[in-house]
Design a protein around this ligand. Structure first.
Ligand SMILES: Nc1ncnc2c1ncn2[C@@H]1O[C@H](COP(=O)(O)OP(=O)(O)O)[C@@H](O)[C@H]1O
Ligand SMILES: [Mg+2]
Length: 281
């Protein structure tokens, strides 16, 4: 296995003294090249913090982090990020958004016409891959959320990043669009061969997409359990109804409830509804 990302005893504390929050404690994990790994867990367990540390947008307080054997000192072209909110430039069209970073670089000294042509070819290929060939000159606010997120993914892929970091990228989409995006991102993973680290709070999404699932737990934020997904590499939507899928989903949901201490307090709810009806009398 060629290791892409090596996380060793990573810790992160925000703030100081009485107000200090341990967002991450002793996180250890090796992520392989071309792996599709998903992170799942209750809100506040440090998923985004860990992803941002890998992306170089946040520093860790302790431990060691390496990408392809090199320590991380900040963001780099080897790691592209996609967030829940599409973060497109509203004044640029779809194709201009996709080419944006390239255009910035086109003004640098050591860039040739051939480079610019290659970039144009790559942008067209990404338009096709993401099903955007009918909207290249459309502005983001004329597109649905799903289409905007396709543009954001195409833009992230533009520089052929070996690593794609995604933080709840489909969290704002409706269920049907999300299913389409799931099959699309798995297709992208096959074609582009990048390592994908995908954060979600949706267990079904984590299982359907991932080869491995990292379950995180809160207070302090930490890696709790790592699961291998017992599904073939070609995924189909109806696998979500298979016994292996459902049993893993139940196991993970139970573990999230156990570690987060969150459960529905039915007695409390009954008392509340009894009080409400007393007041109405
Ligand atoms: N910039 C910050 N300053 C202070 N605390 C933060 C900051 N970012 C995150 N935290 C805290 O760190 C913990 C983990 O947050 P986060 O990584 O966003 O969790 P998740 O993405 O799993 O919901 C939470 O308790 C959160 O309040
Ligand atoms: Mg988060």
């Amino acid at each position: 296995m060629t290791v892409s990302i090596e996380i060793k005893d990573i810790g992160k504390i925000f703030g100081q003294g009485a107000k200090a929050v341990t967002a991450l404690e002793n996180a250890n994990l090796s992520i392989a090249c071309n792996e599709f790994i998903t992170f799942v867990g209750a809100s506040g367990c440090g998923k985004s913090t860990l992803l941002r540390i890998i992306g170089g947008l946040e520093t860790h307080t302790s431990g060691k982090l390496e990408v392809n054997g090199q320590p991380i000192t900040g963001p780099g072209v080897d790691r592209a990020m996609v967030f829940q909110h599409y973060s497109l430039y509203p004044w640029l069209t779809v194709i201009e958004n996709i080419k944006f970073c390239r255009q910035l670089k086109a003004h640098t000294a050591n860039r040739t016409d051939a480079d610019v042509e290659t970039a144009a070819g790559r942008a067209d290929a990404l338009l096709r891959l993401m099903g955007l060939t009918h909207v290249p000159h459309t502005f983001p606010n004329q597109l649905s959320g799903g289409m905007q997120q396709r543009v954001a993914i195409a833009r992230a892929l533009m520089s052929r990043p070996p690593i794609l970091l995604m933080d709840e990228p489909f969290g704002a989409l409706d269920a049907q669009t999300r299913e389409v995006m799931h099959d699309l991102i798995r297709h992208v993973h096959r074609i582009e061969g990048s390592t994908i680290v995908f954060v979600t709070h949706d267990v079904e999404e984590a299982i359907y997409l991932g080869q491995r699932i990292v379950l995180m737990a809160p207070r302090p934020g930490r890696i709790d359990t790592i699961y291998e997904v017992p599904l073939p590499s070609e995924r189909q939507q109806d696998m979500k109804l298979s016994p292996e899928f459902l049993s893993l989903k139940r196991e993970i949901l139970d573990r999230i409830r156990e570690t987060s201490g969150m459960k529905t307090d039915f007695e409390q709810l009954e008392r509340l509804s009894a009080q409400t009806s007393d007041n109405e009398v």
